[in-house]
Structures are given as C-alpha cells and as structure tokens.
Design a protein around this ligand. Structure first.
Ligand SMILES: NC(=O)C1=CN([C@@H]2O[C@H](COP(=O)(O)OP(=O)(O)OC[C@H]3O[C@@H](n4cnc5c(N)ncnc54)[C@H](OP(=O)(O)O)[C@@H]3O)[C@@H](O)[C@H]2O)C=CC1
Ligand SMILES: O=C(CO)COP(=O)(O)O
Ligand SMILES: [Zn+2]
Length: 359
C-alpha cells in the first residue's frame, strides 16, 4: 500500500476497524428523501449539515435534499467532480464547522463523504442516487492513491436514505453495474474459501453466508431488474445494503471482493475512465468463475439478463489490456490470496480472454 493510502485516513487512537459497525437507520422506498429532516432529528445529529454531491446528482437529488432540510438546518452544498486527496481535504475543511455530512450521489460521492466524515469525526448519511455499488451502507471506503484505488476501513453511514423513485430514474447501466457488483460476490466467496483452505486465512461463516445469499436472491430476481422499474431498484438496493452488512460483519471487503475486484482495480489503472466499477467486477468474475471450475456460463447469463456487459470490448477495453489487467491484478493487495495467484501465466491469460470473452 502506498504512503498516500496509509495517510489518507487519519490515524485514530484506537482501531475502529475491529468493531462491527452498522448503520442505525436504513430507509428504502419511494420519496423517502423527504424524510431526511425527520431522520436527522431522530438521530440528534446537530443543526448544521454539509451536503456533498456530484455534478449531475446535484440536479437529481442534491438540491432537493437541501430544500427539505433548509427550514430546520443550516445547510451548505458542495459538488465534487472527482475523488482525490485534494477534494477530500477540501471537503474536510468545508465541513469543520458543520455537525454532520450527507453524501448524495454515486459511489464516488458517497466514498468522499465517508472518508471526510471519518477523518473529522462526524457522522454521515448516505443518500444513493443510483444502485451502482455496494459501498452504500458499508464501513469500507475505496480511496485513490498513486497506485490506484485502495480499499480501507472507515465507518458506515449512521443512516442510509435510498429513494427508489430517484434510483429507478438513474440510467439503467448504473443499476446493472450494482447488480453485477453483487453477483460477483459468488467468486469473491470462492476465493475466500480457497484462501482459507490453502493459507489458513480466517473465514466468517456469517459474512460468507450473507454475501452468498444476497447474490442468490439477486440472481433469482434478475428478471425484475428492468430499466426504470422501481421494484428492480428496490431489490437491487436491498441487495447492496445486505452486501455492505456482510463486509461490516467480516471487518473487511473479503466477502464481496476477490480476484474479480482485483481485475477491476487493475483496469482502473490500465484503462482509466472505461467502465463502471460493478461492470468491471462482473466481467472479471466470468474468468475467475471459470478458473474455480464453477458455472461461468450461468454467471454470464445472469449478467446479460440484468443488462450488464460481459466482455471487455463492451466497455471499450481491448483484449490485450484485459490480459495485462489479469496479470497485474495479483500485485493489487497481494496479501489477499485469490485464484489468480494459482499459476496464471501470460499464455494462459491470453487464452482465457480469447475463449471466455469471444464465445
Ligand atoms: N466503499 C465501498 O465499499 C465501495 C466503493 N466503490 C466505489 O464507488 C465508485 C463507483 O461508484 P459508481 O456509482 O459506479 O460511480 P460514480 O459515483 O462515479 O457515478 C457514475 C456516474 O453516474 C452518475 N449518476 C449517479 N446517480 C445518477 C442519477 N440518479 N442520474 C444520473 N446520473 C447519475 C454520476 O454523476 P455525478 O457526476 O453527479 O457524480 C457519475 O457521473 C468507485 O469510486 C468505487 O471505488 C464501489 C464499491 C464498493
Ligand atoms: O467494491 C467492493 C465490494 O463490492 C469493495 O471492494 P474493495 O475492497 O476491493 O475496494
Ligand atoms: Zn465492488
């Protein structure tokens, strides 16, 4: 891990990463964003809030959140376009005089709010505008470093306010990416079990079972994940919260992040801006499922059914880059043993990419 990564989350006098921290209120449903003032009051969070939102999500929900809170709270809104050390530091500065933070947006915005609030010891509320990733309710944060994104312990939101009316209106691609993030739990678990057997890495049966069950339910309901369907948004959001809880139980992202996530993180570096997080995880999971001897065709069918991409080409990534990402994946968080550590070579990676992504 780079020095940047280590320093990004400010040191604490005690190690909260050893605690099992969970959100207190999880509110999912139509127009629940209107309940923000009541939720803040219920949690006794104080009188001033900083809303962190994105360029597009400000129009979608950020300004709406401000309007609902403005009568009772002193509210400031800031928009961020990237997640970086500089933006996080700027948010921390902007938030010093406020009592709590609210992240209104996609995964980048929510992680920014999560890290900044953790560093300055404030609570934060997660208001996802898309069901695109399972960091909505998790205590994990994915943070940028000079070596690419690194996953770290932070803290979970004190509340999750997921308005299915807003989430259903987001581009379907975002919903499909979130579902792919959850479907990739299947291979993350296989990697964890393999590591347990080979290296003796401790396993949490509760976290593992919850993670697997979450993926199973989502695959069973895949037919309901349709564009602009509020039912689909509701199913996906519950799955993402549940996956985040599995991570909190494990005290790490292990139940939801294995070799397929390493592949995704390698692509973050090798092909910046190509594909969404969950899309890259789903594409990687097809290969790792094959390597585990599992039903990779079934995994591909599930991904296709929800409308997620199943080949690097669909996200604008060439086969050569996919091969490089498979090989580079092993260097990402090397202490996390996965199927990619069991003898993959350039020749076999090239063969796999050709065979599994072109059939
Ligand atoms: N902490 C954790 O455990 C996890 C963290 N992550 C992290 O989350 C990030 C990925 O999240 P993801 O959501 O895929 O990517 P982004 O947050 O980058 O969002 C993708 C795009 O979707 C837009 N958007 C979001 N909601 C809507 C909406 N309702 N209508 C229109 N546009 C919308 C965003 O707009 P805008 O420009 O306004 O932002 C942005 O341009 C990565 O940084 C990843 O590392 C992923 C998984 C788990
Ligand atoms: O994306 C995640 C789980 O879906 C978090 O995983 P990482 O720890 O690999 O960032
Ligand atoms: Zn993920």
């Amino acid at each position: 891990m780079s020095a940047d990564g280590i320093n990004l989350l400010k040191s604490k006098t005690f190690d909260k990463s050893k605690w099992m921290q969970l959100p207190r209120d999880v509110v999912i449903g139509h127009d629940v964003i209107e309940q923000l003032p009541a939720i803040c009051e219920d949690l006794s969070l104080g009188t001033s809030a900083l809303i962190i939102t994105g360029k597009q999500t400000r129009d979608v929900a950020g300004d709406r959140a401000r309007r609902y809170l403005a009568d009772e709270y002193d509210v400031t809104v800031v928009s961020t376009e990237t997640i970086s050390l500089d933006t996080i530091t700027a948010i921390e500065e902007a938030a010093r005089d406020t009592d709590f933070l609210i992240g209104v947006g996609g995964g980048r915005v929510i992680d920014t709010a999560k890290i900044a609030s953790f560093n300055i010891d404030r609570q934060f509320i997660s208001v996802p505008t898309a069901a695109s990733h399972d960091g909505i309710a998790s205590s994990r944060a994915s943070v940028p470093t000079v070596d690419g994104n690194i996953s770290m312990s932070a803290h979970p939101p004190i509340a999750v306010v997921a308005d299915t009316g807003i989430i259903a209106q987001a581009p379907h691609r975002l919903l499909a990416a979130g579902c792919a993030d959850v479907i990739s739990n299947y291979t993350a678990i296989l990697d964890w079990e393999l590591s347990h057997r080979l290296t003796g890495e401790p396993l949490s049966e509760y976290a593992l079972t919850l993670s697997r069950m979450t993926a199973e339910i989502l695959v069973k309901d895949a037919g309901l994940i349709r564009p602009q369907s509020e039912e689909g948004a509701w199913i996906a959001t519950k799955a993402l919260v549940s996956s985040g809880v599995a991570m909190s139980i494990a005290g790490s992202s292990r139940p939801a992040s294995g070799g397929e996530h390493k592949f995704s993180h390698a692509l973050d570096r090798l092909a910046p801006g190509k594909g969404l997080h969950g899309e890259k995880c789903g594409i990687g999971a097809i290969i790792t499922m094959y390597l585990h001897g599992g039903d990779w065709r079934e995994m591909r069918r599930s991904l296709k059914k929800i409308g997620a991409p199943t080949t690097p080409a669909e996200i604008g990534v060439g086969d050569e880059t996919a091969v490089e990402a498979l090989l580079a994946a092993r260097q990402i968080r090397p202490e996390r043993f996965t199927i990619l550590d069991t003898g993959l070579t350039r020749t076999s990676a090239t063969k796999l990419v050709k065979m599994l992504y072109q059939e």
